[in-house]
Every structure is written in structure tokens, then in C-alpha cells.
Design a protein around this ligand. Structure first.
Ligand code: ATP
Ligand code: MG
Length: 443
């Protein structure tokens, strides 16, 4: 299952929750507001009727012909908001406001509040139920007020949703900063780095996890160290008895008369030499897998390289050609011993497996790319892929243990460099190329 982002989940969840709560609160508030508005409007309506009624009674009783309806003239023509009718008990209109439409009123005058489709009506009576006044107020006005109140309550939600999303996103991001730092610290680890991971102030929920990881790392480190020191110690312990046996067998070979005994002694001697080489390679591998591949101060690779190549040239009849960059120094944080082991294994291979009539080209560029190239038939891709594994060898008559490239690769990984094999060598039709890209250090 794909893991989902805590930030996204919290952002959406909190925003959704807040929106729902807000909507609930809005509905509640709106109902209360509507109720109060109705009450206020009703009381205004009632008040107006009570005010007009005595005036109307006075006016009508002063008339000469009381039965005639009268439109009340206004001082200025305007659209009336409240309209009223004054009728007698039979429903005859005695007086009406100038805009009043008799159709909107009840057939028979009645007292108290009534609601029709479009109007709210209020009726009151005077002179013992012989004179009625009714006032009509269009409902549209109340509805508009209620609608506006609803909008006023809902409008902030539009702004609140993005603010809540952004706020949660930012807040979670800030809160999880130490967790992200922890993740980066884990990601930035080199392969061989098993020291405890220290990150300040992790959240209480995650802190125990970090502790557990550190415990695990510690146990892993101890187990690996035990394994490594066993390899290194065994290889070291083998050295002396191997050397002693080798000396004995050499003496035996010299002393033995020519014949089958000589041949057998020579075979034992070469087997012992192979064994000594294997134990030497095992020690190198143990060192490559152990810590301490990085040096404290950046090392200048140029003198290290020149020295290494020189050593080989003395023993191999000057077949190694060295190409150095124009700049005087190339720094990288690799332990000089580890660099020596890496270089020795690569040059040894190139001399051993490369075409004997072609030189071995060793070059270093200004941005710390080391290349060892030799001639000879190209190695097929399928074989090439596995050569850096332990004890894997190509189809070769030449003896070897299959550890050289594994050692080189382990050292490269341990110092954060990348080792790549290529065959044929770049820009050639045949040959073999090993390139190691170190992390260059400016100094
Ligand atoms: N420069 C090279 N040119 C051609 N083939 C090579 C080269 N380097 C390595 N190989 C092939 O890769 C195989 C593995 O090399 P590696 O150095 O790991 O082991 P080895 O040389 O056989 O033994 P060891 O180095 O442990 O004594 C070799 O057997 C060889 O076939
Ligand atoms: Mg080798």
C-alpha cells in the first residue's frame, strides 16, 4: 500500500472537520437570527397598526358620508412598504393607503397575525368590532434579510477553507521538521556508517522509534565488527604459519633431487603462495568493510597515485602510464591506505588480464575521476555485471581469488565514490576500463 502523507491527511481532515462544524454553527445561528428577525418585524407591524387605528377611527367618524372609501393621499408619491385597509365588519372598505391592493387582504377582516403566500398581515379592531384595520407587509423583505444573514455567516468559510489548508500544511511542516531532518540524516548515511543517528528534539511519538533504530544499528555494528575482526584475525594468524611452511617447502624443493619429488614440491609451493595471496586479499576485504576508510583531512590524490604507479613500474617493467591533471592538487577524503589498496587491485588486474603488448593507462582528472584502462579482448556485458561480486572471476587461465574488484568496490562505496566497469573501454573497440569517481574536495 502506498504510504500517504501525514501533512495531506491532517490538512484535509482538519479543514473538512472545521467546515462541517462551521456549517452546523451557521445553521444554528441562522435559525436563531431568523426567529428574532420575525419577532422584530411582527412587533413593528403591530405597533404601526395600533398607531394608525385611532387616527382612522377619528377621521371616519368625522365624515359626512361614512360609507365611501377614501384613498389617503400622500405628500409625495412613493412606493409603499406597508399598506393598510380600514374596513367595517361586513368587509366594506372605508379607507385605504394609496398603494393598497385589496386583493392581498383576507376576504373578511380578522384580528391578529396571518401569513399568506406573499404577505404577513396583522389585523386589529376598534369600536367593539365594527371597524377593522389590517396592515400588510410583503414577506420578500423578511426573506431577503434572512438570506443576507445566511450569506454573512457563510462568507467567512470561503476564506477559512484555504487558510485552514495552508495553515495546517505549514504547521505540520514546521512540527515535522525534526522528523524530516532525521530522514535526511538516515538517507545521507554512507554504506559503512552504522554509528547512532543523532537528531535533536524529535516529537515524543517518534523519539522511541529513533531510539529503537539506534539500538538496532548498535547491534548490527557489533555483529559486523565481530565478523570482520574474525576474518581479519584469521587471515593475520594464517600469515606466520604460511610463511614458515613456505620457507620449509622451498628448502625441501632445493634439497630434493630432480624428479617427481621436485615437481610435487613445486606444486605445493605454488599452492601455498595462492593461499598466502588469498589470506592477504581477505585481510584487505576486512579492512575495506571496516570503518576508517575516510580520512579526517582531505588527501591530495596526486602524490598517492604517483607513488602507487611508481611502485608497480619498478616491479613490472614500466608498463603503467600515468596521466595527471593540469592542476597541482586533487583532494578527496579517502584514507591513504584504502586508496593504496584500491589502486593496487586495479593495476594488478590490468597488468594480469590486459594484453601484454599494450600499456596500462592510469589517469586522474581535475574533478577526481580515476581511470585504469588496459587492452585485451572485451568482456561481455553479462559477465561484466557480476565481476564486482565476491569470489566471482571471469573465464581466465590466470589464477586469482575473485576478490580484487569486490575489495575495490567496497572501498569506493565506503568513501562515497562510484566504481564503474566498462568493456570495451570508452572510445575504444576493445579493452577494459575501471573508473572511480571520488567526491572532489575543494581546498
Ligand atoms: N583489467 C581487467 N581486464 C580484463 N578482465 C578483468 C580486469 N579486471 C578484472 N577482470 C576480470 O574480472 C575478474 C574478477 O577480478 P578480481 O580482481 O575481482 O578477481 P581476480 O583478479 O580474479 O582475483 P584477485 O584479484 O582476488 O586475486 C577477473 O577474474 C577477470 O576475469
Ligand atoms: Mg584481481
Amino acid at each position: 500500500m502506498k504510504s500517504s502523507s501525514l501533512q495531506k491527511r491532517l490538512g484535509l481532515g482538519l479543514t473538512l472537520g472545521m467546515t462541517l462544524l462551521w456549517l452546523g454553527a451557521t445553521v444554528g445561528a441562522w435559525l436563531v437570527v431568523q426567529h428574532e428577525l420575525n419577532e422584530a418585524f411582527d412587533s413593528a407591524l403591530e405597533e404601526t397598526a395600533q398607531r394608525i387605528l385611532p387616527l382612522a377611527v377619528l377621521e371616519i367618524s368625522n365624515r359626512e358620508e361614512p360609507a365611501e372609501a377614501q384613498h389617503i393621499a400622500t405628500l409625495k408619491m412613493h412606493k409603499e412598504y406597508l399598506t393598510y385597509l380600514v374596513r367595517d365588519a361586513k368587509g366594506e372598505i372605508l379607507m385605504q393607503s394609496h398603494d393598497a391592493n385589496p386583493k392581498i387582504f383576507n376576504q373578511q377582516p380578522s384580528e391578529g397575525f396571518t401569513t399568506t403566500e406573499k404577505y404577513r398581515l396583522y389585523g386589529a379592531s376598534a369600536l367593539r368590532g365594527t371597524l377593522f384595520i389590517e396592515i400588510a407587509e410583503p414577506l420578500g423583505h423578511r426573506r431577503e434579510a434572512a438570506r443576507e444573514a445566511l450569506f454573512a455567516l457563510l462568507l467567512p468559510l470561503l476564506a477559512l477553507i484555504p487558510i485552514s489548508l495552508l495553515g495546517t500544511w505549514l504547521f505540520v511542516r514546521i512540527s515535522l521538521r525534526s522528523v524530516l531532518a532525521y530522514r535526511r540524516a538516515v538517507e545521507a548515511r554512507g554504506v559503512g556508517d552504522l554509528s547512532p543517528i543523532k537528531v535533536a528534539q524529535l516529537p515524543a511519538e517518534i523519539d522511541p522509534l529513533a531510539d529503537a533504530v539506534n539500538h538496532l544499528l548498535e547491534r548490527l555494528r557489533k555483529a559486523l565488527e565481530a565478523e570482520r575482526s574474525f576474518t581479519a584475525n584469521s587471515a593475520h594468524e594464517l600469515r606466520t604459519p604460511l610463511a614458515a611452511t613456505l620457507a620449509q617447502i622451498q628448502r625441501l624443493r632445493h634439497e630434493a633431487p630432480d624428479g617427481p619429488l621436485q615437481v610435487r614440491a613445486a606444486k605445493i609451493e605454488s599452492a601455498l603462495r595462492a593461499l598466502a595471496r588469498l589470506s592477504e586479499k581477505l585481510m584487505q576485504l576486512a579492512k575495506a568493510e571496516g570503518g576508517g576508510l575516510l580520512s579526517e583531512a582531505p588527501q591530495d590524490l596526486i602524490p598517492l597515485l604517483a607513488h602507487g604507479v611508481d611502485e608497480w613500474n619498478h616491479s613490472s617493467g614500466h608498463r603503467v602510464e600515468l596521466q595527471l591533471p593540469a592542476q597541482p592538487h586533487v583532494y578527496s577524503a579517502i584514507d591513504p591506505d584504502a586508496f593504496g589498496i584500491l589502486l593496487r587491485n586495479l593495476i594488478e588486474n590490468a597488468l594480469k588480464y590486459g594484453a601484454a603488448d599494450q600499456p596500462v593507462e592510469v589517469s586522474l582528472t581535475g574533478d577526481a575521476l580515476l581511470r585504469v584502462i588496459n587492452g585485451g579482448p572485451a568482456v561481455p556485458e553479462s559477465v561484466l555485471q557480476h565481476l564486482t561480486e565476491r569470489f566471482v572471476r571471469g573465464h581466465s587461465e590466470i589464477s586469482g581469488s575473485g576478490l580484487g574488484l569486490a575489495i575495490s568496490k567496497t572501498i569506493a562505496q565506503g568513501v562515497g565514490a562510484t566504481l564503474t566497469l566498462a568493456s570495451p573501454a570508452t572510445g575504444r573497440k576493445e579493452g577494459f576500463e575501471v573508473s572511480v569517481q571520488f567526491c572532489a574536495h575543494g581546498q
